[in-house]
Every structure is written in C-alpha cells, then in structure tokens.
Design a protein around this ligand. Structure first.
Ligand code: C2E
Ligand code: MG
Ligand code: MG
Ligand code: MG
Length: 286
C-alpha cells in the first residue's frame, strides 16, 4: 500500500510539474507574441514633494495589455522576461517610451520633471547597456540629469565588477541611480560606500503600517538617518495615508510615491493631472 501511494504521489507530483512547465511555456509564448505585437505599454506614477504636493517626477512601470483588454502587471511577467532574454527588448521599449514621454512633458512646460526607470540585474551583464541608454537619451533629447535608474538592492549585494563599472559609467554621464525596495534585502550596508548611489527608496513594507507599528517606525527612521548621513536622496514608496505623510514629513522624508497621490496611470491621464492642477496632485478630500 505504502509503495502504491508512493507511486501515486510520484505521478501526481510529476503531473503538477508537467502542468506548471506547460503553463510557463504558454506564458512565455504569449509574452513573446505580446512584445512582437506591441501589446506592452508604460504607466506612470507620480513622485510627489509631500510638503508642497508638487509632482517632481514619474516612475515608468510596464504593463501588458492582454487581448481581452485586461492588464497584466510586471510581477507576473518580468521574471519570465528575465529568464528568456525578453527583458532586453522590453526594457529598451520602456526606456524609450519613458524618455520620449519626459521630452513631451518638458515641452509642455513641466521642465523640472524627472523620470525614473527600473532596470533588472540581468541587463547589467550586457556590456553596451550604457551606450544603449545614452543613445536613447540623445535620440529623445532629454537632459541626462533628469533620468534616474532604479536598481533593486540585490544588484548591489551581488557586488559584481561589471555592476560597479556600469554604475560609475552612468553617474559620469549625469544619470541618477536609486536603490529600489531598500531595506528588505539581506544587506551589509557597507556596499553603500562603494557605489555611487544618489537615492534610497524605502520599501513600502516599512511604510505600510506607519505610524502605528513601532518596529517599522524605528526602521524607517534608521533608513532616513542613513540617507541623511550619506547625503543622498530619499523616497518613500507605498504612501497610502495622510498619517504616513505626517510621520514622514516630521522626519524630513519629503518625497513620496503611492496610491494616496495617484496609482500608476497612462501617459495621457498623467498629462491631464499635470495640466489640471498645475503640476500638483489634488489635495484629497477626506
Ligand atoms: P517597484 O519598482 O518597487 O514599483 C513600485 C510598485 O509598487 C508598483 O507595482 C506600484 O504600482 C506599486 N505601488 C505604488 N504605490 C503603491 C501603494 O501606495 N500601495 C501599494 N500597495 N502598491 C503601490 P507594479 O507596477 O506592479 O511593479 C512591480 C515591480 O515590477 C516594480 O516594483 C519593479 O520592480 C518591476 N517593474 C515594473 N516595471 C518594470 C520595468 O520596466 N523593468 C523592470 N526591470 N522591472 C519593472
Ligand atoms: Mg521602482
Ligand atoms: Mg520599489
Ligand atoms: Mg517593489
């Protein structure tokens, strides 16, 4: 009996594996098709000076519009894109779209706006990434100083020479460099000294339960102190309540991003937001 159930569970396990593999293959095929048929688009989420409520920039966040019109988020397909190499054309598309869009907003008079684009560690292995980025910057005519690249902590922890070279090369060209989701990685903070980082983005898991959660309050304060003592910029992710704004402003964390101000939205909606409130986000009426 035991042998039999062992056999059965083996069969079940291999069936599940088989099923998962099939699903992955299917998703891969659909993603490749989506990339080739321009089914990807870029949404933008404002970064806000929480003191003045002025929009100081945008983060570009990729979306996949499925055939039925539903929107698939990056968490669903970026990992597969990384494994298949599709991350390369996807990233190029996002970067070009974002830079073009920034040029449009600058031309509409919102000259101080910055644009942030996410990069995955996988891309940093490509030796001509810097040249590719600069080609897009030049082609769209945006000032390099208004472009920021967001890299997750893992890229810094890995501490690969090519990563370090990449970071110095983009900084030399005036592009900013932020550490995304800061604080959740397994980090030895010493790496902050070795990389030319210009900003930390406090992961939203710390912000979520502010101001009530004492541990999160302490950790957030620590990250704020760290950024201050290193004299680098700071952005709080995932700001959803006015209480969180108050907590962060009290501690001198001025820039925030989150659903309180706006969800990620299509470019034309972002333009309307800029126009309607002269570059500010509307004050929420509670
Ligand atoms: P991220 O760079 O940390 O982006 C912030 C994520 O938090 C976004 O999810 C955004 O919609 C979400 N978010 C913003 N404000 C709030 C809030 O107040 N509450 C909550 N609960 N969530 C909030 P999204 O767009 O699903 O992106 C997920 C991740 O996918 C990004 O995290 C980024 O790591 C990655 N990603 C997005 N676009 C790209 C891309 O073009 N290239 C690469 N390599 N990765 C990307
Ligand atoms: Mg990001
Ligand atoms: Mg983040
Ligand atoms: Mg994240």
């Amino acid at each position: 009996r035991a042998k039999e159930s062992g056999r059965n569970s083996y069969h079940m396990y291999s069936e599940i594996l088989h099923h998962e593999l099939n699903q992955r293959m299917e998703l891969m095929k659909r993603l490749r098709h989506a990339v080739e048929h321009h089914k990807l688009t870029v949404f933008y989420q404002p970064k806000v000076d929480m003191h003045s409520r002025r929009i100081i920039g945008a983060e570009a966040l990729v979306r996949w519009i499925d055939d039925d019109g539903s929107i698939i988020g990056p968490d669903k397909f970026i990992p597969i894109a990384e494994d298949t190499g599709l991350i390369i054309p996807i990233s190029e598309f996002v970067l070009r779209s974002a830079c073009k869009q920034l040029a449009v907003w600058h031309s509409l008079g919102f000259k101080d706006l910055n644009m942030a684009v996410n990069l995955s560690g996988k891309q940093l292995q490509s030796p001509d990434l810097v040249a590719q980025i600069m080609a897009i910057v030049n082609e769209t005519g945006i000032p390099a100083s208004h472009l920021e690249l967001e890299l997750t902590e893992q890229v810094f922890i890995d501490n690969i020479q090519s990563h370090t070279n990449f970071m110095h090369a983009v900084r030399e060209r005036g592009i900013s460099l932020a550490i995304d989701d800061f604080g959740i990685g397994y980090s030895s903070l010493s790496y902050l000294k070795h990389f030319p980082v210009t900003a930390l983005k406090i992961d939203r898991s710390f912000v979520q339960d502010l101001p009530h959660d004492k541990d999160d309050a302490t950790l957030t304060q620590t990250i704020i102190n760290l950024a201050k003592s290193l004299d680098i910029g700071l952005v709080a992710e995932g700001v959803e309540t006015e209480d969180q704004v108050e907590f962060l402003l009290d501690r001198d964390c001025i820039i925030g991003q989150g659903f309180l101000f706006s969800r990620p939205i299509p470019a034309d909606e972002f333009t309307r937001l800029l126009d309607e409130y002269q570059g500010q986000v509307p004050i929420q009426i509670m």
